[in-house]
Design a protein around this ligand. Sequence first.
Ligand SMILES: [Zn+2]
Ligand SMILES: [Zn+2]
Length: 315
Amino acid sequence: MIEVVFLGTGAAAPINERNLSGTAVIRQGEIFLFDCGEGTQMQFRKASLRPGRLRYIFITHLHGDHLFGLPGLLTSLHTAGCHQQVELFGPVGIGEYIRFHQQLCQFALGYTLQIHEISASTPAVLWRSDEYHVEWQPLEHGIFTAGFAFVEADRPGRFDVSRAEQLGVPNGPERGRLQRGESIVLPNGRRVHPEEVLGPPRPGVRIAYCLDTVPCVGVEKLADHADLLIADSTFSAADTEHAHESGHSTAVDAAELARKSGARQLLLTHFSGRLRQEDLPALVAEARTVFPNCSAATDLTRFIVMPREADGAMD
Ligand SMILES: [Zn+2]
Ligand SMILES: [Zn+2]
C-alpha cells in the first residue's frame, strides 16, 4: 500500500486554496517528495508528515513554482536535528541552486545531502533498491523537464495451498522457504520448486508524476499501465491553445494520456490560478468524458494506492 499526499496543487503563484507543487509519496514510512514549491514545509506540517522520514526529493524542472521551497525545507531538516541521508534529484543546475543558497545565506546541513543532476544522457532508471525503483523521462515544457515514475518491484505469486497439499509439502517452514523462492526436498526425495506452488508474480504499484508538460511520449512511457497518473491539468479544454503555447496540458489532454497509456486512475493537479475551486468539478467532468476514473487533487488530500489485484483500490 502506498499513500499519496498532495501538498500543493496550484500553478505559478499560490492562491488561498492552493499551495504550489509538492506531492509526497509514502511507502513503509519513507517519504518521497516530488517537487517542492514555496510553502511546502508548512504543508508538511499541516499534513502531519515527519521531516525525519523524508529520504528522496525529485524536482521536475527549475521553474520557481516547483523548487522555491527547497532551501527552507532543507534548512528546517537541519534545525529539526534530522540525521538521515537525503537524496535530491533534479535537472542540471539544481546543485548550483543549493550551493548558491548555502553560501549566500551561510546555512550548514548536519546531514548528508546527495545531489543527483539529471541531463538528457541520464539513464532511465534513477534509483533502484530491492523493493522499488524510480524512472524518469524527458517531458516537453520549453525548459528541461523530467517526469518521474515510482515503481515497486513485482511481488511473489500467491501460494497455492491445494497444490502444496497434493505434492505433500508439510504445513511448516518448508512453505515459507518456497514462498521466498527456495526449492525444498520432501522426505520422499522429491524436489519441489517454487514455481510449482506459486502463482504468477504480482505487479507492484506504479505511480507516474508528470508535470509540467504538453502531451508527449514521455508521459505515455511513464504512465504505461500505471496504477495512478498524476498529471498536469493547468487549464480547461476551452484554453487548449493557450495551454500548449505555455507548455502545459488541459484536463482533457491528461485524460487522453491516461487512456492511451492504460493507467488505472488519473488525478489532475497544477491548476491555474484562474480556476477557482468551484470550477474544478467542470474540469473533472471534461476529463471524465475521455477517462472516467479521474478526480481533481486538492491541497492536503490523501489517496491510498493498492496493488493491482486489490480492487476498489483508491478512495
Ligand atoms: Zn509549474
Ligand atoms: Zn513550469
